[in-house]
Ligand binder design. Structure first.
Ligand code: ASP
Length: 330
């Protein structure tokens, strides 16, 4: 029986960390091959080629790295890989998986995973996560679902996945919808398929378009919003309170900014859509939208920031940007 070919590309993180010589902490050092060799069962599930694409703590990964990674993944799939697994630190998987989901137009499963307990700890979860991810990447059922996050034997869609706990091995959840499926006795099961796909075409060599992410808070007077315009940002995402509400003192600086660059209104609650036509007081969602802010729909601030940044890289106009957020669930 010929086994499916799976490419494993590692970017670093706890899953590939070992104790450093100097201090008592761990740092990402394990190569892709060492990672795969540490789980002998993988060789029974797939013919794996492993490579260290980067060796970084996950907050160091940039959108430029992910643009390069997306091109590498496409090459691997064109070259015959049935699926691709990307390992990295869990801190930013919800962001990098979403960027790859927007950039990639492949049916082959692309699965991201990592670990919460490093390989030096009892009960390290990296080996189980890697094995489950290879099995999902090799599975027919996972084709055409977009980029997935496989963790703790659950299969999550990148567009909803979120790290929800600083230490739990069950840290990944998909707050609005739950997981798409799971891995049972080694077999991937897909119970739900997401509706539609969203892609942003980013020209090769396009420059990063930095987007600021700021949260609203009780009693905040908005002085940071006034500063954003002077710092070289190309856009702003505001994580407002509740359904999209800010202190009234922030409306003027936000409206001024929205006249100069796209300003997206997300919610800091972590689940549910931003409102559009429910509250009408100074600083309400109706007030802010009438000042030119773009509602983020169901995207949280972190995902909205990356969508906006990629749209800006793609050269989208203001109308195209609002249209992309508007159409998210249609
Ligand atoms: N700090 C690590 C990182 O995200 C944590 C992890 O790997 O889970 O790179």
């Amino acid at each position: 029986m010929t086994l499916p070919q799976i490419a494993v590309l590692s970017l670093g993180g706890t899953i590939s960390s070992t104790r450093s010589g100097s201090g008592s902490g761990v740092t990402p050092t394990l190569t892709g091959e060492a990672l795969v060799e540490s789980v002998p069962e993988i060789a029974e599930a797939a013919e794996v080629s492993a490579e260290a694409f980067r060796q970084l703590p996950s907050p160091e990964i940039t959108v430029d790295d992910l643009v390069e990674l997306a091109a590498e993944i496409s090459r691997r799939v064109e070259g015959g890989a049935a699926g691709v697994v990307v390992t990295q630190g869990t801190d930013t998987i919800e962001e990098s998986s979403f960027v790859l989901d927007l950039l990639l137009d492949v049916d082959a499963p692309v699965v991201m995973t990592g670990a919460m307990r490093n390989p030096t700890l009892p009960g390290a979860d990296g080996p189980a996560n890697l094995l489950a991810s290879v099995r999902v990447a090799a599975s027919e059922a996972a084709r055409g679902l977009g980029v997935l996050v496989v963790f703790d034997d659950e299969i999550h869609a990148a567009r909803y996945a979120r790290k929800t706990h600083t230490q739990s091995t069950a840290t990944f959840k998909s707050p609005p919808v739950g997981p798409l499926g799971w891995v049972s006795e080694g077999t991937p099961r897909v119970a739900l398929r997401p509706v539609g796909r969203h892609h942003v075409r980013v020209p090769t060599g396009s420059e990063d378009r930095p987007v600021a992410l700021l949260a609203g808070a009780l009693g905040d007077d908005g002085r940071l919003f006034s500063a954003v315009g002077e710092l070289g940002y190309a856009g702003l995402v505001v994580e407002a309170t509740g359904g999209g509400h800010m202190p009234s003192s922030t409306v003027e600086p936000l409206a001024d900014l929205a006249a100069r660059m796209p300003v997206v209104l997300a919610s800091r609650t972590g689940s549910g859509e931003v409102l559009r036509r429910t509250y009408d007081f100074p600083g309400s969602e109706m007030d802010l939208i009438s000042c030119g802010l773009i509602p983020a729909g169901p995207l949280d601030g972190r995902k909205a920031r990356l969508l906006l940044s990629l749209l800006l890289r793609s050269g989208a106009s203001g109308d195209e940007i609002s249209g992309a957020f508007d159409r998210w669930l249609r």
